[in-house]
Design a protein around this ligand. Sequence first.
Ligand SMILES: [Zn+2]
Length: 220
Amino acid sequence: MSVPVPRRAVLRGAVLLGATALTPFGGGRAAWAAATRVDQPVIANCATWAARPPSSDVSVVQSRPNKIIVHHTAFPNATDYSLAHAYQNSRDIQNLHMDTNGWLDSGQHFTNSRGGHLTEGRHGSLHALLHGQTMVQGAHCVGQNSQAIGIENDGTYLDGQPPQALWDSLVWFCAFTCQQYGIPPNEIYGHKDFNNTQCPGLLHDRLPELRSAVATRLGG
Ligand SMILES: [Zn+2]
């Protein structure tokens, strides 16, 4: 039951309403809530998981991203699904990206754990997402870092599927991000669509399912 044109029109209308309503605080809040179809998932910000400060200023891109790119971390598949583990995983990724890769901060904008816990990656990503007008420049996919939101899904999915909790939070995150930025659900990709990599493994095979689930979430 795909009716792409009306659905997109409805989505765009909702986003515009939201952006207008958000500018003046106060009375605008109610209008924003009424226009919002997808509730905000819990996303722990950098301070919550005790991120290190960036080694230099994060760049803010003064435009909206036009797509989402899905990754897997290629870390071992943890069996600890706790929030504490999600925070530790966020610190591990940041340490790897800053100390080994020499980047100024985490490369990805957001991280999703095997327990389904979402965290902010690069500083400023969550603030930008909630306002829906800008993005911070990432370091997750060569050629796409100023136009694509990158989400790292913890684990390696070359041979096995991710836990259901990870999948469910990925769907929710993508739907909310599409809503906030006015990104069409069919603009969700995998890392291997742009760079020579196996990332995100079997999650790439499930992109049609992901796009469909996100579209349903947005338009249902
Ligand atoms: Zn990747």
